[in-house]
Each structure stands twice: as C-alpha cells, then as structure tokens.
Design a protein. Structure first.
Length: 395
C-alpha cells in the first residue's frame, strides 16, 4: 500500500522540536514501512534536514513552513498557504493522512490520485468539518471529539471512528538510565508529582501551583517533590517566557524552591521516557475545554507507571476512570485547587492506593501501543482501498 502522511506547517519530522502529532505519525510511518508499505511523510523544512531523504524506510519530503503564531487567524492563513503548497507536492498514493485544517476541503475531489483522504482530529473542530467532502475516514482522538465533528457535519457519521493516539508503551515501561540534564537524583521514599507538556496557561498550571501550596501545608504526608517538563516558547505552543516566569514565581512562593524542578523540553523519546518513569503521580489539570482532544501525555505517563490525576474534561473519559486507574477533580468548581490538592494528598497518604491504580493504568494504556495501533489502522486502510469501498466516502 502507498501511504502519504501530511504534517502541519510549523514543526519538523522527525520531531526534534516537539509535537505530539508529529511524533505519533512519525512513529506510525516507521511501523507502516517496517511492514512493507511505501510511506511518504511531508513536513516542514528544517535547518540542516535535507529536502528529501529516506530514513527508516520512510521517504521524507520537506517544504518551507512557518513558526506557530499567537493569533488563530494568522495560523489559519498559514495553514491555507501550507495546504496549497502540499497539494502540488503530493505524490500518487492509496491513502493520504492529513494533519492540516484546510487541505481536506478540496483534496479529495481535486486530486483523487493522492489517495483516499484520512483526517486525524489533532485539534478541536472549529467549523472546518462543515466544509469537508470526499473524506474516507475521520480518526477522532476521543468520543468527545467525535461528537463535536458530527455536530458540525452529521454526514461524516459513517466514516468517523474513535482511535485515541498511539504511544510507545514498550519503551515507556522499560527501565533505562536515560535522563535529561537537570533531573534531580531519586531520593528513597520520595514521591514525584509530575507534569509533562506545553507550559501554557490553558493547561491549568497556575491551578497546580495553588494546589501544591495547599499540599505543602498538609501534615503527615510522605516526602514528595514537583517536576515539570515542557516548552514555554510560543513557537512550540507555550505561553511565552513571561508566563513561565510567573509560574516559577508562584511555585517558589507556594513551596520550598528546592522541592520543584522545571526542565527544558525534552524531545528525545528515550530521555523523555526517563522523565516519565521518575513520576509517580501525573498531574494534568488542563482547563482547555475547547482545546484538549485526548491527552497523549496522560496516556504516556500511565504507560510509564504513574497514576493520572486529571481535570473533568470530556476528552479524558475514554481512558481515565476515577477510582479505577486514576483520579479526577472538577477544574471548574470554586474549590478546584482544594479538590486537586485533596486528590494528590489521597494518593500520597493512602497505603496501597497508588500502586493499585498504577498497575491498572499501565495495563489500560497498552491499548494505544504503536504496534497494535498501526495494525488496526492498516487493516482499516486496506478496507478503505478495497474496490467495494470506492464509493463509500462522504460526497
């Protein structure tokens, strides 16, 4: 099978500068190629990366792109320009996976030789699905995203499937010595509370700072520390250096500065896995009602053996079950910080609770392992390209 995978305009592949979508599809491309399929990835041209090359069996085609912007309008304009640039570069294929907003509007009917169009909902729908036609498959990251897609375009119901996001379950659960510079040495009996992701205000990090302030004043808990890791710069999805400074200030007034660490973003997968494995309780207090589609970092932390504590966003309900493999708090409640602090204190203080939830969480996360995920997608792609399916796309 010939498969083309299109990335967005602002990050490269391989994902040396981050991006969960870029990382996911880069690894899936390698899985597809390892199974004998002809795979082409189209991504942003980047520094010393060659314009074309074949790596791990995957042919890479890199086109000029742009940095991510603060303005949604500017990003949509750049996506429009990127979509046309990609359109003229697309090779003939059986399947074309598109991670861009505007390209699916015209791709299926203007260039059918590019392949059956598959969309991954890496971002929350914002009206674009009303304009999509000739779509063979919509891969919704969660049930919540599927419902939002169908609210915009009910005609996509027959081609939409909930898939989640793939993760490297095997790597995340394998002990190794890989660790980034600045990671504090492990202390006997100390539990690490952690967050991995964009250092952005919508991720609820100010709320986390309020919660750890309450936690620090709670007596009788075993020793713990806080570890955060992720990009703060706008180009990689953060809220910028000012927000980063404000967060550090709040944390330093909330707890002993010697008990928290903010690491630079880590893009080496083995090293990042070392960060995850250091974390015992994974805090993801996102406030992004209209932004979160799945929670890749949450699933990765579960695979590494951490217990997730997440906000009550609908996107987490497919894989985080309160009291079974994690804990959930109401991020919209007036006492949200107190609820989060209570959940963290419970996991720290109740003997046996954390290991029990962690074991179930790791087992549940296996559903998203790359190998199994790739096999499911390839089986689906084979059905989509079978002669009997040639008329099944949404017109």
């Amino acid at each position: 099978m010939r498969i083309t995978i299109v990335s967005g305009f602002f990050l490269p592949v391989p994902p040396v500068s981050g991006g969960s979508t870029e990382k996911s599809w880069h690894n899936l491309a390698r899985e597809f190629a390892a199974r004998g399929h002809a795979v082409t990835m189209i991504s942003r041209r980047w520094r010393d990366f060659p314009r074309t090359e074949t790596r791990d069996g995957v042919r890479h085609l890199r086109l000029p792109g742009w940095d991510h912007q603060r303005s949604l309008g500017r990003n949509l304009l750049l996506d429009f320009l990127w979509s046309w640039r990609v359109f003229f570069a697309l090779p003939s294929a059986d399947i074309v996976v598109v991670n861009a907003v505007t390209l699916p509007v015209w791709l299926g009917w203007l260039k059918p030789r590019a392949g059956r169009v598959v969309i991954m909902t890496g971002r929350m729908p914002k009206g674009q699905y009303r304009r999509y036609r000739a779509i063979a498959r919509v891969l919704a990251a969660s049930s919540y995203v599927r419902d939002r897609v169908l609210a915009e375009n009910p005609a996509l119901s027959s081609v939409t499937r909930v898939r989640g996001y793939p993760i490297d379950w095997q790597l995340l659960g394998t002990p190794s010595d890989a660790a980034p510079a600045g990671l504090p040495p492990a202390q006997p009996g100390e539990v690490v509370l952690g967050y991995v992701g964009r250092i952005h205000e919508e991720k609820g990090l100010f709320l986390l700072a309020e919660a750890v302030k309450l936690l620090a004043a709670t007596p009788g808990l075993p020793p713990w520390r806080l570890l955060l890791c992720g990009p703060a710069d706008v180009a990689r999805g953060g809220s910028g250096v000012i927000f980063r400074g404000q967060l550090l200030h709040r944390l330093s007034t909330a707890m002993d500065p010697g008990r928290f660490t903010l690491l630079d973003p880590e893009f080496n997968e083995r090293t990042l896995a070392g960060v995850y494995r250091r974390i015992g309780i994974f805090c993801y207090p996102s406030l992004a009602e209209q932004g979160e589609t799945f929670g890749v970092a949450v699933a990765e932390a579960m695979a590494a053996g951490a217990v997730p504590v997440v906000s009550r966003l609908a996107c987490f309900t497919d894989f985080v079950r309160a009291g079974e493999n994690g804990l959930v708090f109401d991020h919209a409640a007036p006492d949200a910080a107190a609820q989060l602090a209570a959940a963290l204190a419970r996991l720290l203080g109740e003997a046996g609770l954390r290991p029990r939830l962690a074991a179930v969480a790791r087992a549940d996360a296996r559903t998203y392992d790359y190998a199994a995920y790739a096999e499911d997608l390839l089986a689906d792609f084979a059905q989509l390209t079978a002669p009997a399916q040639s008329a099944s796309s949404v017109p």
